[in-house]
Design a protein around this ligand. Sequence first.
Ligand SMILES: [Zn+2]
Length: 196
Amino acid sequence: MSKIRQAPCEACGELTPSHEIISLGVGGSTYRQLCGQCFNAEVTQLKGLGSFESFRIEPITLRDCAGEAHDFHFRTRLLGQVVAMDAFELRDGEPSGYQCEVADDPDADLHGLLGRLVDKLRRMLAVKDLTFGEPEPQIAEQTVRGRIDWDESVRGRTPLLVIDGQEVTWEEFGRMLATFEGWQFRLELIDRCDEA
Ligand SMILES: [Zn+2]
């Protein structure tokens, strides 16, 4: 289990895991570091929205199709005209691995939204697009789904891919593609709230 850092919410003072703290811009370059509940309460007030009740969601464990357990943490953020709920794994206290998000209207039932998010997670965990064999991972079939992150360890703007919840460097992915020399490909970019 990775070590989880905590910080006090600047509104209610509650000691909150750092991955649950959300920065709220309050004019200029000033940000307040808030827990999920206080963030949503402030956005409700700032945007003059009616009532919005969010609740803290306890982490859950789901197994992937290889039987490996994954611990998922959740956040709910009211972002003006949408409410976004995301799930993520943690590594060194930071969101990483499998990540998933859904969004809806602010008056949507949050339990229903959570149900949609968990269903989406289960679908993600039910397939593996890579075979993590020796000497290197390979593309299992002919489709690869993943997330585009940024590789901080490389100079310049280099993507880091996350496929099957595992980090794959741009170079590693290039070598996987090289085994398909002569084939064609189609690349489709998909919003984070939609299904890849
Ligand atoms: Zn708070």
